[in-house]
Design a protein around this ligand. Structure first.
Ligand code: 2HG
Ligand code: ZN
Length: 451
């Protein structure tokens, strides 16, 4: 495969076409160290017009393209398999002025989540999606994976924030729907379709986003509970009694021990407990009394800590947010991001240790997640060469509980083989037909999402 390097240099400027291994390296492996591959070159366009030109060149030359944002993905979706043009969107970082009246903003694909949040907050509003990788994760990647995170309970996933997008199709043609119409039922919703398509249908270069009211009075509680079932049982009552509930996260003793090992944090309670539920309420008026009242009578409650001040809240959140880093500090994990119907979450948690042990006796399991969505992050360390067997066993267990093999991280390269566990042959054929219609030469992200 000959790369059209001269054409790419004319399209974006020679200094933004990287071929030197020293310069391309940071784009060629993921954060966990699990996925890596050499790119033919890295191209860094700075506008939709340049992205369009790059795709037109690559599509005509039959050169595949891998799309990358902040490279915080966890399923290998933005990492080359070998030889592709890697299209890095980080220079598309323009952020429009916040439209306070409409509560909307336009953002380039390369804007980081934390910059977007800061701009929204400076205008007296906020953005509805939040997650631990906020400082590096970009808007384009959040859209490509339909990212969820820690506020889905309150505001929904990325798709729910999306009012419009500008995107470049494989042949370089541009679709632009950026007017921010809150109601627009005119035919197929291409913007929604692009969201979660993991760069396989088009390259999203900018988006129009919904903003949410800013709430600054917060209260965080960490509840020690007797079981996952106790956490699941508490949730409907908490949701009902606490309209300010903004997050509900599930962690376990082994995960907290790992976080403490790598962070030096003190133990949250005098004793270890079977399960922990981290709750956050956010409102205009201090939600502490309401939260304390709602949890104090909770069934199965073994202990609790409540923080009304920002430092105390950060300290409690650290037990949850530092899981990913602590796990990675132990080795390269197999990461399986799955969800099941909420009523099946306790069964999934209970069945996982034996399911993993049966195929990889020496592996270590660390599990945590977003309880309201039945979304569990199954991390397996020390699986060695048995990573495929572990993946297969866990994803089959999830499918047997009517769950999804890909909850919020995407399918990427990691789970392509198992797509059929969560999507029927008819659904996969429909997805394939859409892919073939929009990207007939298979230029965009080959090997990602679809087999
Ligand atoms: C989170 O919820 C992220 O913190 C990462 O989705 C999950 O590291 C993971 O497995
Ligand atoms: Zn998550």
């Amino acid at each position: 495969m000959t790369l059209p390097l001269d054409d790419l240099r004319s399209a974006v400027g020679a200094e933004h076409v990287l071929v030197d291994a020293d310069l391309t390296r940071s784009y060629e492996s993921d954060w966990t160290g699990r996925f890596s591959g050499r790119a033919g070159c890295v191209v860094r366009p700075s506008s939709t017009a340049e992205v369009s030109e790059v795709l037109r060149i690559c599509d005509a030359a039959g050169v595949p393209v891998v799309v990358q944002g902040g490279n915080t993905g966890l399923v290998g979706g933005g990492i080359p398999a070998g030889g592709e043009v890697l299209l890095s969107l980080t220079r598309l970082d323009s952020l429009g002025e916040v439209d306070v009246a409409a509560a909307q903003v336009s953002a380039g694909a390369g804007v980081t989540l934390s910059s977007l949040q800061a701009a929204a907050r400076a205008a007296g509003l906020d953005f509805g999606v939040d997650l631990a990788a906020r400082d590096s994760a970009t808007v384009g990647g959040l859209v490509a994976t339909n990212a969820g995170g820690i506020r889905v309970l309150r505001y929904g996933s990325m798709r729910a924030q999306l009012l419009g997008a500008e995107a470049v199709l494989a042949d370089g043609s541009v679709v632009s729907r950026m007017a921010g119409l809150a109601k627009d039922g005119t035919g197929y919703d291409l913007v929604s379709l692009l969201c979660g398509s993991e760069g396989t249908l088009g390259v999203v270069t900018a988006v129009r986003l919904r903003l949410v009211p800013r709430v600054t009075a917060r209260c965080v509680a960490l509840l020690a509970l007797s079981s996952t079932q106790a956490a699941v049982d508490l949730l409907p009552g908490l949701r009902d009694r606490l309209p300010s509930l903004a997050g509900a996260e599930l962690v376990f003793a082994d995960g907290i021990a790992l976080v403490r090992k790598h962070s030096g944090l003190p133990a949250p309670f005098d004793e270890e407990h079977p399960a922990y539920l981290l709750l956050e309420c956010a409102d205009r008026v201090d939600p502490t009394d309401a939260l304390v009242e709602a949890v104090s009578s909770a069934e199965g409650l073994l202990d609790a800590r409540v923080a009304s001040d920002a430092a105390g809240q950060r300290a409690l959140w650290a037990y949850r947010e530092q899981h990913t880093e602590a796990i990675n500090a132990e080795g390269v994990p197999v990461k399986l991001d799955v969800s099941v119907p909420l009523r099946s979450l306790p069964s999934l948690v209970a069945a996982l240790p034996e399911t993993v042990r049966a195929v990889a006796p020496d592996a270590r399991l660390v599990v945590f997640g977003h309880v309201h969505e039945g979304n569990l992050h199954v991390n397996v360390l020390d699986a060695g060469p048995l990573d495929e067997e572990v993946t297969d066993a866990v994803l089959r267990l999830v499918a047997s509980l009517s769950g999804s093999i890909s909850s919020e991280h995407g399918v990427g390269r990691a789970k392509v083989e198992w797509l059929g566990l969560s999507r029927s042959a008819t659904e996969i054929a429909a997805m394939r037909a859409i892919k073939d219609a929009l990207d007939p030469r298979g230029t965009l992200n080959p090997g990602v999402l679809l087999p």
